[in-house]
Design a binder for this molecule. Structure first.
Ligand code: GLA
Length: 400
C-alpha cells in the first residue's frame, strides 16, 4: 500500500475522493523501563517505522464514519453520541479520542468537530505489545484535530490519548506508549521520566547490528486483568514504604540505596519482588542512558538481559512463550541482548543481533520455539522512525 492506494481504498469505502488528507502514527518498542511508567519511573522506548495510516476527510453533518482495511467492523456515530459500545470493537479507540478532543475544545470550539470520514490501515501486529492501540489513538487525535482546524501540541494529544484509553476503553495503562508514539524521532530512543514528563532524545547507533522483534504469536487473553493486579501490588508496596518515608510520591523516586534501607517494611514476599523489580528496572534505565551515550552496545545488551530476567523472576509477567524466545535467542552467537517488550504475558521480544547472524538467529529461534511451544514466531527487523505526523504531498511517500 502507498498513499495513492490508500486514497483509492478511501474512495471505494466512502464513494468520493475529495479533500482526503493522510496521517500516520507509529507503533513503539520499549528497550528498558518496563512496568515503571505507572510507577512514576523512567522508560526508554522508541517509535517504529510501522504503524497506522489514516486517510481522512471532513463532513458537515456531524457524522463520524470509522472504517479500517484491517477489520470488518464499520462504525458510524453522531458527534453527540461518543459512547463506548462493545460491538464497536476497535472503533472504540477513535471514538474515545474524539470524545476527549471535544471535551478539550470546550463549548466554544467543539462546533469545529462537525463530522469526518476516516479509513485506517495498519501494519502493526495487533495485541503483540507494540502499541497498536496507542498508534490508532494518536493518528486519530492528530487527524481529527487537524480536520477541525485546531492545532493541539503533540504532548497534549499524547495525554489526551492516554485519557481516552484509561476512561473510555477502560485500560489502566501508563503514559509510555502514547508518548513514544506521539513524540518519537527517527534513529532516537526517548528517555522519559513518566511523572514529570521530562525527556531527552538519545541516538541509538547500532552499526553492524539489527534490532529484531520476535512475536510469540500467543493470544493474550487475561493480560489486562493481570496488568491491573500488578499495578495494585505496586500501590500496596508504595503505601508500605510510605510508613517509613512519608514524602515519597512514587516507586520511581526510590533509589536502590533507599530501598536497601527500607525493604524490611514489606513483609509480603510477592509485593517485595514487585517493588524490587520496579526499583532495579528504574536504575537500569539510568544505566542504559549512560551506556547509550558512550555507545557501548554490549553493555546495553547486558541490561536488556537483566531486564528480562527481572520481569521473569520478580515481576512475573513473562510466561513460557516469552521465556522460550529469550532462552533460545540468548544461545545464538551474535545476539548480544534480548528481552520482552511491552506489558508481557505474550507479545514480543526485542533482540540486538549482529548483521550477519540475523538469518541464523531467525532459523534457530524459530525451530526451537516451535518445537517447545507448538507456535510459529514472526520476525520483524525494526527501524526507529518518527512519531505521529501528517503525510504531506511534498514529502517522499514510502510504501506501507
Ligand atoms: C503496556 C502499557 C504501558 C506500560 C507497559 C509496561 O504497554 O500500555 O503503559 O505500562 O505495558 O511497561
Amino acid at each position: 500500500m502507498d498513499a495513492a492506494e490508500l486514497k483509492g481504498k478511501f474512495a471505494e469505502a466512502f464513494g468520493y475522493d475529495e479533500g482526503i488528507r493522510i496521517f500516520f502514527a507509529p507503533g513503539r518498542v520499549n528497550f528498558i523501563g518496563e512496568h515503571t511508567d505507572y510507577n512514576g519511573g523512567y522508560v526508554l522506548p522508541a517509535a517504529l517505522t510501522f504503524g497506522t495510516w489514516a486517510a481522512a476527510s471532513t463532513r458537515e453533518d456531524g457524522i463520524y464514519r470509522f472504517r479500517s482495511t484491517n477489520f470488518d467492523t464499520k462504525v458510524e456515530s453522531d458527534v453527540s453520541e461518543m459512547i463506548y459500545k462493545k460491538e464497536d470493537d476497535w472503533a472504540n479507540y477513535p471514538k474515545g479520542v474524539l470524545r476527549e478532543l471535544i471535551q478539550l475544545a470546550g463549548p466554544e470550539n467543539s462546533k469545529h468537530y462537525h463530522g469526518a470520514d476516516i479509513l485506517y490501515h495498519g501494519n502493526i501486529p495487533n495485541g503483540a505489545g507494540l502499541s497498536s492501540s496507542a498508534s490508532i489513538e494518536l493518528v486519530t487525535g492528530l487527524a481529527l484535530s487537524k480536520l477541525a482546524g485546531i492545532d493541539i501540541p503533540m504532548i497534549e494529544l499524547v495525554k489526551l490519548a492516554q485519557r481516552a484509553e484509561n476512561h473510555f476503553v477502560g485500560v489502566n495503562c501508563g503514559i509510555m506508549d502514547q508518548f513514544a508514539v506521539g513524540m518519537g524521532k527517527e534513529g532516537q530512543a526517548m528517555a522519559l521520566k513518566c511523572d514529570t514528563l521530562e525527556y531527552d532524545y538519545m541516538p541509538v547507533k547500532i552499526d553492524g547490528y539489527k534490532l529484531v522483534i520476535t512475536n510469540t504469536n500467543k493470544q493474550r487473553g487475561l493480560a489486562d486483568s493481570k496488568y491491573n493486579v500488578r499495578r495494585r501490588e505496586c500501590e500496596q508496596g508504595l503505601e508500605m514504604i510510605k510508613t517509613v518515608i512519608p514524602h515519597v510520591k512514587s516507586l520511581g523516586d526510590v533509589s536502590f540505596e533507599v530501598w536497601e534501607k527500607v525493604r524490611h517494611v514489606i513483609k509480603d514476599p510477592v509485593i517485595g519482588r514487585r517493588v524490587e523489580h520496579v526499583i532495579m528496572e528504574n536504575e537500569r534505565v539510568l544505566a542504559a542512558m549512560r551506556v547509550l551515550e558512550r555507545n557501548d552496545l554490549n553493555e546495553f545488551g547486558a541490561l536488556m538481559i537483566q531486564k528480562h530476567e527481572s520481569l521473569r523472576d520478580l515481576y512475573e509477567v513473562t510466561g513460557a512463550e516469552l521465556d522460550t524466545l529469550f532462552d533460545e535467542a540468548s544461545k545464538v552467537e551474535g545476539c548480544i541482548g534480548t528481552c520482552m517488550t511491552g506489558a508481557g504475558f505474550g507479545g514480543c521480544t526485542v533482540s540486538l543481533v549482529k548483521d550477519d547472524e540475523v538469518d541464523t538467529f531467525k532459523e534457530r529461534v524459530a525451530e526451537k520455539y516451535t518445537a517447545k511451544t507448538g507456535l510459529v514466531p514472526t520476525f520483524y527487523i525494526c527501524e526507529i522512525g518518527d512519531g505521529a505526523t501528517e503525510k504531506l504531498k511534498e514529502e517522499k511517500q514510502s510504501r506501507f
